[in-house]
Design a protein around this ligand. Structure first.
Ligand SMILES: NC(=O)c1ccc[n+]([C@@H]2O[C@H](COP(=O)([O-])OP(=O)(O)OC[C@H]3O[C@@H](n4cnc5c(N)ncnc54)[C@H](OP(=O)(O)O)[C@@H]3O)[C@@H](O)[C@H]2O)c1
Length: 251
C-alpha cells in the first residue's frame, strides 16, 4: 500500500497499457478513476467516466465530473491514421493525430494542475512512444510527430512546475502487446499472407530488432509508471523513460 489516500486518473484506462496501470496503482492502494469513450467490463472495479478526449468539450465535461486528482496518467493515444507517407495525410489526419496524442494531455494538465500546485503535490505522467524518437515514414509520420511534440511539451511543463512540488515525467514504451497492437499485427499479417507471429517478428526487425526478442507486456510498463509516481521517485522530473526491451539504438 504505497500510495494510500491518493487519487489517480488514468486516461484510456480500460484497455492495454492504461488498464495495466490502473490495476497496478489500485493494487498499490490508490483510488483509481478511468476514462475512455466506451465502458469495458474488464475495468468494472474502477469509477468510470466516459469521454472522447479528442474533443475539447468532452475534456471539459470530464474535468467537471472529477474531484481532486493527485496523480494524472495521460495514457490515451493512438496511431489510427493511414500509412503511406506525406501524400496520404490530410489536414484532418494531422489534426486528429495532434488532438489524440498531444492536445488531450495539454488540456487535461491545464485543468488539473492548478489544484496540484495549490497543494504543492502531484505527479503527471505522459505516455509517449519510442515512435516519437524513431519515426517510420511509411507508418507513423503524424503519430511520431505528435509524440515528439508531447515529449517536448512534457519536458517544458516539468521545468516550469519543478520548484512547486509537481513532477512531470514521460514514459516511452516500444512495441507492447495491447489490443490495438494485436489488431494492427493481425491486419498486417492478413495483408501479407503470413502468421501473426511472423508479422510480429517482421515488425521488430523493421525497428532494428528487439534484443529481448519479444514485445513488452502492458504490466511491465505499469511497473515503471508505478515507481515513477511513487515517493521513491521524488527527485525524478522532466525525464523520458524508454522501456523497449533494448530496441532503441542510441545511448
Ligand atoms: N501498444 C504499443 O505498442 C504502444 C507502444 C508505444 C506507445 N504506446 C502508447 O501507449 C498508450 C496506450 O496504448 P495502448 O496500445 O494500450 O492502446 P489501446 O489498447 O488501444 O487502448 C487505448 C485506450 O484509450 C482509449 N481511447 C482511445 N481513443 C480515445 C479517445 N479519443 N478518447 C478517450 N479514450 C480513448 C480506449 O478506449 P475507447 O476505445 O473505449 O475509447 C482504451 O481505453 C498510447 O498513448 C500509445 O500511443 C503504445
Amino acid at each position: 500500500m504505497e500510495h494510500k489516500q491518493q487519487t489517480a486518473l488514468v486516461t484510456g484506462g480500460t484497455k492495454g497499457i492504461g488498464k495495466a496501470i490502473a490495476d497496478k496503482l489500485a493494487k498499490a492502494g490508490m483510488k483509481v478513476i478511468v476514462t475512455a469513450r466506451n465502458y469495458q467490463e474488464e475495468a468494472f472495479e474502477y469509477q468510470f467516466i466516459a469521454a472522447d478526449l479528442s474533443k475539447p468539450a468532452e475534456v471539459a465535461k470530464l474535468v467537471a465530473e472529477l474531484g481532486h486528482i493527485d496523480i494524472l496518467i495521460n495514457n490515451m493515444g493512438a496511431n489510427t491514421l493511414p500509412g503511406g507517407g506525406f501524400s496520404t495525410l490530410t489536414d484532418e489526419n494531422w489534426d486528429e493525430a495532434l488532438q489524440v496524442n498531444l492536445l488531450a494531455a495539454v488540456r487535461l494538465d491545464r485543468a488539473l494542475l492548478p489544484a496540484m500546485l495549490a497543494q504543492k503535490n502531484g505527479v503527471i505522467i505522459h505516455i509517449s512512444s519510442t515512435s516519437g524518437m524513431f519515426p517510420i515514414w511509411e507508418a507513423t509520420m503524424a503519430y511520431s510527430a505528435a509524440k515528439a511534440a508531447l515529449n517536448a511539451y512534457s519536458k517544458t511543463l516539468a521545468t516550469e512546475v519543478a520548484s512547486q512540488g509537481v513532477r512531470v515525467v514521460t514514459v516511452s514504451p516500444g512495441l507492447t502487446k495491447t489490443p490495438s497492437m494485436s489488431a494492427f499485427i493481425t491486419e498486417l499479417a492478413a495483408g501479407a499472407g503470413i502468421t501473426t507471429d511472423e508479422m510480429a517478428t517482421n515488425l521488430m526487425a523493421k525497428l532494428g530488432g528487439v534484443p529481448m526478442g519479444r514485445m513488452a507486456e502492458p504490466a511491465e510498463v505499469a511497473e515503471l509508471v508505478n515507481f515513477l509516481v511513487s515517493p521513491a521517485a521524488s527527485y525524478i522530473t522532466g525525464s523520458n523513460y524508454v522501456i523497449d526491451g533494448g530496441n532503441f539504438p542510441v545511448v
